[in-house]
Design a protein around this ligand. Structure first.
Ligand code: GAR
Length: 196
């Protein structure tokens, strides 16, 4: 019997560099997952061009075209299900999801966040890390639960905070690690090595 290759939908809102690292990993012969869809809530997301150039199906569902969060999320859910995704990976997707959406993909919905959770949930994580004077910062991949940035952690990477760091230098050091741990986490999930 041929083994099922896990189908991953990636949700983006902008640059899509994490998406790109996942696409690169999925092109490896030994990769246990494939990317079946890149979905953006913004038509101008740079990552859409990258995905299209790689021949990945893309979709745009703009939140401002829907009267409320629930109907926007329902449309996204429909699109993701139409593409038969097993796993939904948020990669710089900058919208809060309804509890209904999170529930629909429970245990199959993961996110990457630019901090060592539970530190620095929410936005402006690098700025806040610098202001707080921490010596270490990093990134986390976690299961998504209805509470923002609070679900069980799957993988983390640590980087030092250097004396002369600014937001850009620190963000770049963290992003380099994000690009490593997100594909690793997806592989582990696809291989059944981790469960919610
Ligand atoms: C990444 O640093 C990701 O961790 C962060 O947005 C950036 C997206 O970059 N996500 C969040 O802040 C989620 N709250 P990318 O589009 O180049 O992957």
């Amino acid at each position: 019997m041929t083994k099922h290759t896990s189908q991953v939908a990636i949700l983006i809102s902008g640059r899509g560099s994490n998406m790109q690292s996942i696409l690169a990993d999925s092109a490896q012969a030994d990769c246990p997952y494939q990317v079946c869809l890149v979905l953006s809530n913004r038509a101008d997301a740079q990552g859409l061009n990258t995905a299209q150039a790689a021949g990945i199906p893309t979709a745009v569902i703009q939140h401002q075209d829907y009267p409320d969060r629930i109907s926007f999320d329902q449309q996204m859910q429909h699109c993701i299900q139409t593409h038969h995704a097993d796993v939904v990976a948020l990669a710089g997707f900058m919208r809060i999801l309804s509890a209904e959406f999170v529930q629909a993909f429970s245990g199959r919905l993961i996110n990457i966040h630019p901090s060592l959770l539970p530190e620095f949930k929410g936005l402006h994580t690098h700025q806040r890390a610098l202001e707080s004077g921490v010596k270490e910062h990093g990134a986390s991949v976690h299961f998504v639960t209805p509470e923002l940035d609070a679900g069980p952690i799957i993988a983390q990477a640590r980087v030092p905070v250097l004396a002369d760091d600014d937001v850009d230098s620190l963000a770049a050091r963290v992003l380099e690690q994000e690009h490593l741990i997100y594909p690793q986490a997806l592989r582990a999930l696809a291989q059944g090595e981790i469960k919610f």
